[in-house]
Every structure is written in structure tokens, then in C-alpha cells.
Write a protein that binds this ligand. Sequence first.
Ligand code: ZN
Length: 381
Amino acid sequence: MLHGIKGQLTLKPQQKQLVAQSIGNARFVWNQFLAMWNARYQNNALLPTLTEYDLNNLLPTLKKEYAFLKETDSTSLQQVSNELAQSFKNFFQNRSHFKHPTFKSKQHARQSYTSKNVNNSIRLDGNYLRLPKLGWVQFRSGQPITGKIKRATITRTAAGTYECSLLVDDESQVVTHKTHQTVGIDMGVSDLMVLSTGDKIKTIRFHEQLAPKRLYWEQRAARRARKAKENGVALSAAKNYQRAKEQRARIFQKEKNQRQDRLHKLTTRLVREYDIIVLEDLQTANLMKNHQLARSIAAQSWREIRRMLAYKCAKYGKELIVVNPYKTSQICSSCGFDDGKHALDVREWECPSCHVHHDRDINAAKNILSIGLGQALVKSA
Ligand SMILES: [Zn+2]
């Protein structure tokens, strides 16, 4: 099974330069190939489209003409052929969904290149990652990595930090003992998750914790942009402004890392503790009326939780079941009585039939679990 693992790289100045060169070269090759592709089409629209193979065959000629291309790992340039051919393929197959490939700009906030693992050219040793041309680099990901590394994408973020995401093919299933426990999960905004066991996992509002710092740098960036304008300095040349912008981006990055870290810990815990995990389908999950930002962040976290649970369940030999949460907040999980729709502000209710007192979310989580277990039975029957 393929999955991505992201981590932070700590680079020496010389390595940073090499990364900048590699990013620049990948962009250069992309733009060269794209210009050629466009020109070819304009000259004769009937010519067959180029393939990844055709593009790769052009690389040696390009390298002869532009010697600086030899300074980067050649697989990262082959990867450009692959990506450009794929972008065109997507575009030709589905024009309403995919845009025509465009030229890449140096100004784009996120800059990256991708190297393929050939003959163990990319490998891990403890906290160090070996990358083509760069050599050994300190790498922190916060999670154990097993399996075969297929590719590494090195990114310089808007915050000026360096990230690497590894595409890993992990066939190995980690042997964890079965716990014979099952759990249903109701996802929400103020409580991120409510479990059928009665556990409630609060949402941590990382964006609020970091808000004062973010505001500080936002105001500084705005003031410095104004100053630069008054002095007739272009923003791209205004060093002070650029620094403030980078600081602001660093805070966003930190917020993202904190959230990601927490979701990793939560999902790993769930997969260790339960053999079957049942989630509601997010497409149909009824969203509570809530602050817009909090809600969109929650929705992002739910998608991330589902993605993490899917690959961790596969990895640990556990089962993830996704169900349609139909009527889960109105049916009594004790006796099955349908109490009709409850208004959103009804957090607790008593079943008129069996008189059990319910917490709305715990009851929903219990219903999600029983729908899931029902589906599991149907599947195994
Ligand atoms: Zn009841």
C-alpha cells in the first residue's frame, strides 16, 4: 500500500543551495518542455502528443545545451517528464476538471522537486535521510517508517523551511495483538470525536492559540508593504516585508504541524485499541451550525482522520468501516426507538420508550457503531 510520510529537513547552507538549484532546474525543464509542446501543437495540431518516454529522450540534448542541468539528480528531471505527460493526459481526458498545464513561476510560494529512488539512492538511517546529490540530511517525521521508499519530494515552504515527503510502499503489516474491541466515532466541531465508549476528544484550536503571534506579523507585513510602496520599492525587493511574510508563513506552518501531530497520535491510539473502527461518511455528516472557520478546520481534520485511519488500519490489520449516519442522532441506541428529529441545541434527551438518558453525541456514536457492525456481518455472511 502506498502512502505519504512528511517530515522536516534540516539543511546546511550548501545543501540549501543545491535544493534551490534542483527546484530551479525542474522548473526550467518543465517550462522548456511545455514551450516545446505548445509550439509543436501550433505548428501541426495533427502530430501525435508526446509521451513521458519522448520527453525523457530529450533530456540528454537539453543537458548538453544547458550544463547546469547536470548539477541535479537526473531522476528529478525524469520526474518532470512524468508529471508534464500526466498533466496533459489529465487535461485531454477531462477538460472540465483539469486545466491546460501552465508555466511555472519562481514567485510561487511553494517550490519543490521530486527524486525517484533508484538503487537505494534514497534511504533512511535513524533520524537521517539520504537524498541524491544532497547526501545525508537530518529528517524528523514523528512516525516510524517501514517499507520501500519510492520517491522523495523536497519542498521549500513559504516559511523558508524545508520539508520532505516520502512516498512509501508498505506491504508489511505490523503485528498487533487483537483487542476484540470495537468503536463507533461521531465527529464534531467542538468535540473533534465522540466515541461510543463515552470518551470525548476535544478540538484544540491551534489557530486561536497562535492568533496573537500571527496578528503581530500580519500587521508588520502590512505596515512594511505600505512603507515599501511609499518609498517606491517593489515588494519582491523589500527585504523587511519579505521577512515578515516569511514569519507569518512560519506560524501557519507551525499550526499545521501541531494539528497534524495530534491527529497522528489520536489515530494511532484508536488503531491500537480497537479491532473495528466505524466512522460516519463525511459526505452526509450533518454539520452543526458553527463558526465558519472552525467548521472548515474541523472538516479538514475529519478528512485527515479518515485518511490516516484508512492506511493505519490496513497497516495494523484492523478494519475501518464507513457508514451513512442516517438518523443516528434521533434513534435510541438502547431500544431502537425513533424519537424524531432533535433540534441542534438538544444535547441530551431521554428515550420515551425505555427511559434511558442519552448524551446526543455518545448516542450517535453508539448508533454509528451498530450500523457498522451490521454491515460487517452482512459482508462476512
Ligand atoms: Zn430507548
